[in-house]
Design a protein around this ligand. Structure first.
Ligand SMILES: NC(=O)c1ccc[n+]([C@@H]2O[C@H](COP(=O)([O-])OP(=O)(O)OC[C@H]3O[C@@H](n4cnc5c(N)ncnc54)[C@H](OP(=O)(O)O)[C@@H]3O)[C@@H](O)[C@H]2O)c1
Length: 344
């Protein structure tokens, strides 16, 4: 009888809910419990919260401590963290999971390539992972795949790489509500600027991490990596979106650009465009060099579903990996792993 990988999930927000539902339908993964700090969830089961109509009763806990109290030590092979974007905010949860005998995979954007923004924390987490014989990985659709690992892999046939340009164009109305809000949908242009500068909304997170991963993987030795301030995309007419009715002249999303320079030249450019009604949607990698490579995914990958696919597919690969802190460029080629089972 094949044995599923046991998963403890952190975070039952917008992504967390899609992850939970997909996870429960996936034969090779078993959800042992969910941790979310929202006090409204305390004492409830996943089924009560999601209204999934299932007969099983997976519990939701408000802390790892309370989960361990009920589920016992080493309750899962891996913890899937889908909570926050800043590594500082999830670092203690990662350490606690190692202590409890679990590997970690997370959607935290800063964890996708943490070595430059958080050098000391990265070293500490790597050391702690090795001490406990566990592995930690940050992944997702972007950062984690479309704007970093995909261009890295597409550069393989190139004898020479001059520049890399990746563009994502996304109709945000097809994405989760938390995404639509963090790109400013429904704000006035003035409020957008203030909210971005004060950190009240984050915009897209991870362009710098993606460029750093490409730089490291290809040995580009970039002199300078920066993300330009996000620019609002303004509605040219009144438009209804799933999160707000937006008046003409107000914000329907944003454009973000990340640049990696060497010798005053833009070597890596990442253009992230997400707004209500954006058309056509696509993801495109264009590598100038020899031979030149242009890869366009027509329609784009639906980011929320793609994120869930990435994080669930990486679970067996993380569990099988050597101990330590890794990024997507370090682990075996990602793939669909729905037919992978626990080896013992
Ligand atoms: N790499 C990628 O491609 C990718 C793709 C999609 C999303 N993400 C990232 O994934 C994260 C989750 O996204 P989301 O849209 O689901 O966010 P969300 O809707 O804000 O949900 C986050 C959930 O986690 C809970 N939470 C916060 N701190 C926690 C903790 N210490 N322990 C347990 N639960 C905690 C929150 O509770 P409260 O609301 O009570 O605080 C909330 O229920 C975000 O950081 C997002 O940017 C990355």
């Amino acid at each position: 009888m094949p044995v599923p990988f046991r998963v403890l999930q952190f975070g039952l927000g917008t992504m967390g809910r899609i992850i939970t539902q997909t996870l429960m339908d996936r034969g090779n993964l078993e959800l042992v419990g969910v941790v979310d700090v929202d006090p409204e969830y305390a004492g409830k089961s996943v089924e009560e919260i999601l209204g999934s109509g299932r007969k099983t009763s997976t519990s939701v806990f408000t802390s790892l401590e309370s989960a361990l109290h009920v589920l016992g030590d080493q309750p899962a092979d891996i913890t899937l963290i889908a909570t926050l974007s800043s590594l500082n905010d999830i670092a203690s949860s990662i350490s606690d999971c190692f202590e409890a005998g679990m590997n970690v995979v997370s959607l935290c954007e800063e964890l996708s390539y943490p070595y430059i923004r958080h050098p000391e924390l990265s070293r500490n987490l790597d050391g702690l992972a090795k001490k406990h014989g566990k592995t930690v990985l940050g992944t997702g659709i972007n950062p984690g795949f479309l704007m970093d690992l995909l261009p890295i892999c597409l550069s393989a046939p190139c004898q020479r790489v001059d520049t890399i340009h990746v563009t994502r164009c996304i109709n945000s109305s097809r994405r989760r509500s938390s995404f639509q809000k963090k790109i400013g949908t429904g704000m006035s242009p003035e409020d957008f600027k203030t909210a971005i500068s004060e950190g009240a909304i984050t915009g897209h997170v991870g362009l710098v991490e993606s460029i750093r991963m490409i730089d490291d993987a290809l040995g580009l030795e970039l002199d300078y990596v920066e993300e330009l301030p996000p620019e609002p995309v303004i509605a040219s007419a009144d438009i209804e979106t799933p999160v707000a009715d937006v008046k003409k002249g107000w914000v329907i999303g944003l454009k973000s650009t990340g640049i990696g320079r060497k010798d005053q030249r833009n070597v890596v450019t990442l253009s992230f465009v997400a707004h209500a009604g954006a058309t056509p949607e696509f993801d495109e990698v264009s590598i100038e060099g020899h031979p030149k490579i242009v890869q366009r995914i027509e329609g784009g990958v639906q980011g929320d579903y793609g994120t869930v696919g990435m994080v669930l597919n990486m679970i067996p690969l993380v569990i099988e990996a050597q101990p330590g802190l890794f990024t997507m460029k370090d682990l075996p080629c990602p793939r669909n792993t729905q037919s992978f089972w626990r080896s013992d």
